[in-house]
Design a protein around this ligand. Structure first.
Ligand code: XIL
Length: 380
């Protein structure tokens, strides 16, 4: 969300599809041959697939899960069953953001987050924390702008991180401590950057590490997978190297992975090189928010689904070659509740289909692509 929304470019999209058809951006073993075997997902709604992504993933030492929302888990039983059947880990999509935890500058409200943690644990699942320091307006409380300034911003940030991380200490899989700090190669002009300064990252990670010394702390970023985003990959490496050289606690890179053709396509070679640079630092790699924008591609649903599945196949095939990649999480699991319905609706008015399960909770070709990618991944 930090990068300006590029207008979808039909030409670039067609180029991507052309390249995919020729096999030039297809990962070995998980490309066109696998797609050729795709059958439309079985009809029959919830539970129609007896395969679960979490089980296939776990055979390779991978943790599979999804972002989700408390209200959907509470109000939609079929959906909750699907999440429980398919996922080994969940992430509250909004409920642990400052906006939702902080009704006013002096109060913390943990009831919804606690409910989600309890739901996850009672279904044998883990939960990730997302996101402590996030400069996006939609993540900040309504009182933030009138209250936070140069004089109190550091105290506000430190109090927020230490209280929230202590509350959940020992109970979460990992925390996204800072989310989307970059604009290209440079630190983005968020309120945290403006009021605390560039040291805010180091302060944030140290504060989180002190509040829960055993927590797995993640830096989470968007749009770093696209071929054209060399700047952002370099900026990410600079952040990671900076934290490590100051001995601030940082354990993993979260790659959001909201795949988008209009961002200029994806190149396995560049991605492999970047992932090796990250794993050479001793960091784990988490795919944290996988989905696929599909504003303009094709019109027929079968073609659209194949195209999305192909992108997932290429992407997962490449990332999972790196054995430090240990978590794969989609940003919700079904088209019924995708944030892209609002964020990036199709221009032709049809509903978007960015996720492995459709609106009726039946698996799609993307589900098959994920199963195959997990099956082809080396063990870790
Ligand atoms: C999104 C949620 O899914 C939406 O419900 C909300 O309106 C806006 O935020 N990157 C992130 C997530 O790190 O926090 C965002 O979540 C999606 C983009």
């Amino acid at each position: 969300m930090s990068d300006s929304l590029c207008l979808p470019d039909r030409r670039q999209f067609m180029q991507y599809m052309g390249a995919a058809a020729l096999g030039t951006v297809v990962s070995p073993g998980i490309g066109n041959a696998a797609l050729a075997r795709f059958q439309p997902g079985p009809a029959g709604g919830p539970g129609a697939s007896s395969t679960s992504l979490k089980d296939v993933a776990s055979q390779k030492g991978l943790l599979f899960g999804s972002a989700t929302n408390a209200t959907h888990l509470q109000e939609d039983k079929d959906y909750a069953n699907l999440i429980a059947q398919q996922c080994a880990i969940i992430t509250p999509a909004n409920e642990l953001k400052m906006r939702y935890l902080r009704p006013n500058p002096n109060a913390f409200k943990f009831d919804v987050g606690d409910w989600m943690l309890n739901w996850a644990q009672s279904h044998g699942m883990k939960m990730r924390g997302h996101a402590l320091v996030y400069g996006e307006d939609a993540a900040l409380p309504p009182w933030f702008n009138g209250y936070v300034n140069r004089n109190n911003a550091k105290d506000v940030m430190v109090k927020h991180i230490s209280t929230v991380v202590r509350h959940y200490a020992g109970k979460l899989h990992s925390w996204d401590v800072v989310n989307e700090a970059l604009q290209g190669a440079d630190l983005r002009d968020t309120p945290w950057m403006k009021f605390v300064g560039p040291d805010y990252l180091e302060i944030a990670y140290r504060t989180a590490g002190e509040a829960d010394p055993n927590a797995t702390l993640v830096y989470n970023e968007n749009n770093i997978e696209f071929a054209a985003q060399d700047n952002k990959r370099n900026g990410t490496l600079k952040i990671l190297n900076g934290l490590l050289s100051k001995k601030a606690p940082i354990h993993a890179l979260g790659i959001q992975s909201h795949l988008r053709w209009e961002m200029g396509g994806f190149e396995p070679g560049k991605m492999r090189k970047f992932l090796n640079q990250v794993s050479d630092l001793g960091l784990k790699i988490f795919i944290t928010e996988l989905d696929c924008h599909e504003r303009d591609n094709d019109v027929k649903i079968d073609d659209r689904d194949r195209t999305v599945a192909q992108y997932y196949a290429d992407y997962l095939g490449t990332v999972l070659e790196n054995k430090n990649a240990t978590v794969v999480q989609t940003w919700n699991l079904t088209d019924r509740y995708t944030w892209l319905s609002q964020q990036a609706p199709r221009r032709d008015g049809q509903a978007v289909r960015p996720l492995p399960f459709d609106q009726s909770l039946s698996p799609k070709p993307t589900f098959d692509a994920m199963v195959k990618a997990f099956e082809h991944a080396p063990s870790r």
